[in-house]
Write a protein that binds this ligand. Structure first.
Ligand code: ZN
Length: 453
């Protein structure tokens, strides 16, 4: 079975130019996301494998002229990059691979592997990423905020060989892509300019954008020479997209210069330029064009090639979101209004509840212009009163109302600023109706739902 990627979500931006971390550096926003002990442990576990990939896959694939151009390069593993949830960068012939970033990438790869092999909805992963990005560090620190806890991945997942095989494929190839990208910056001397990250962040400035594309192309070239398919690239870019700034948060002028901003968060994020549509589409089309080269040393080239084309398609979906500010705004709202508890409830149907206006429903939430998104609703009925929640592209909404016959008239609330009314009709299997904001001139949207199995 192929990895199914996130459905509509995805977004942009990638990120983070980060200077090498100095020990005196101020603690950044992400300090303490992982315990120091956990990071020490993974530092011991991960370095060897990454060095092996670096030397045996990438350095071996370099031509003599390329080696000469970049000189001797070294890997460094700072324990934590407290300025970014995930960030890799290079400077002065050194490629920096923070353990905290590697751990986060590995956790997300394991979550995708386990969820996809157990046929769960993968949207929970992108929801998780949006929630953490939008709410950290205000989210209660006591909450189970780490990916595997929040997504309820069982500890036994690490004992399942097919889960671990898929996880290693994703993680290993994502790391090799990152290393190749950073080597690309060193190869072309980009680090002499300020922008150096794995960074998808340097996209507004044309020169920096070209450098990112050049570094991506170099990574793909090395992977094609080595016969190593970049299967993990879509997960990598999905994470970048959801944990970097949304373009709607950015107020940069056409030259990529900072413009007026209102908060320190915005200021921080404006430092990172958005990942570009052009960059991701260029990456995806190179992957398609050379798909046979990447897979020639794999055990089952045909399957590997099909998977690679799927990954290219996922990257194109992320690119499409970069071009749609409306979708980005919804993703941001979703990250702000959902919480980790809602996330897990949304993933599990309450099949034990049955009866009119009682139980779990899945279907479509349609906005007044006719644009539809997947939605999930849970209703609990007590006499004629009904309370419930629903989640859709914009986040989690609460509703309450009363039933007359087969009709529910409800009020809904979404964030402190949005509230409205609606009606739903239930025939025992399907639930349909409308919703609208309370303003009298507002147009209605629709709900089209069926009972979840
Ligand atoms: Zn870069």
């Amino acid at each position: 079975m192929m990895l199914r990627g996130p459905t509509w979500s995805g977004v942009l931006a990638l990120w983070a130019f980060a200077a090498p971390v100095s020990s005196e550096a101020q603690q950044g926003r992400w300090a303490g996301f992982y315990d120091a002990q956990v990071l020490e442990y993974w530092n011991n576990q991960m370095q060897e494998g990454i060095r092996a990939n670096y030397e045996e896959v990438l350095l071996r694939a370099l031509r003599p002229d390329e080696r000469a151009a970049m000189g001797k390069t070294v890997l460094a593993f700072p324990l934590e990059d407290s300025d970014s949830l995930i960030n890799f960068y290079s400077a002065a012939n050194t490629v920096f691979m923070p353990i905290s970033s590697l751990r986060f990438l590995a956790d997300i790869c394991l979550a995708y592997a386990w969820l996809s092999l157990n046929r769960h909805d993968l949207q929970v992963v992108t929801d998780y990423l949006s929630i953490v990005e939008q709410q950290w560090p205000d989210m209660p620190q006591s909450a189970r905020h780490l990916p595997l806890d929040a997504l309820h991945i069982p500890p036994s997942a690490r004992q399942e060989s097919r889960v671990m095989a898929r996880m290693q494929t994703m993680f290993g190839s994502a790391v090799v892509f990152v290393l190749g990208h950073e080597l690309g910056h060193l190869r072309y001397g980009h680090q002499k300019r300020k922008c150096s990250t794995a960074d998808l962040k340097c996209a507004t400035d044309r020169m920096e954008q070209n450098e990112e594309r050049e570094a991506d192309a170099f990574a793909l070239e090395l992977m094609a020479r080595a016969g190593a398919p970049p299967h993990g690239a879509s997960i990598l870019f999905t994470i970048f997209a959801h944990t970097g700034p949304l373009t709607v948060d950015l107020h940069c002028d056409a030259n990529g210069q900072r413009a007026l901003r209102s908060s320190t968060v915005a200021e921080r994020e404006c430092d990172s330029h958005p990942l570009s549509f052009e960059r991701l589409t260029a990456l995806a089309s190179s992957m398609r064009a050379r798909s046979a080269d990447f897979v020639r040393s794999t055990e089952r080239p045909k399957t590997a090639q099909e998977e690679l084309l799927f990954v290219a398609g996922e990257i194109e979906k992320i690119a499409a979101i970069l071009a749609d500010e409306g979708v980005q705004a919804l993703i941001r709202q979703r990250g702000l209004t959902m919480d980790l508890a809602t996330l897990t409830k949304a993933g599990s149907a309450t099949a034990e509840l049955s009866g009119l206006f009682q139980g779990s429903y899945t279907g479509r939430w349609v906005d007044p212009s006719g644009r539809a998104f997947d939605g999930f609703m849970v209703l609990r009925r007590d006499g004629q009163r009904v309370r419930g929640t629903y989640t859709f592209a914009g986040g989690a909404v609460s509703l309450s109302g009363s039933v007359t016959g087969q009709k529910l008239v409800f009020e809904w609330k979404w964030t402190p600023d949005y509230f409205g009314t609606g009606t739903l009709l239930d025939d025992g299997r399907a639930l349909v109706g409308d919703w609208k904001p309370k303003r009298s001139d507002a147009r209605s949207g629709r709900w089209e739902l069926r009972r979840a199995k």
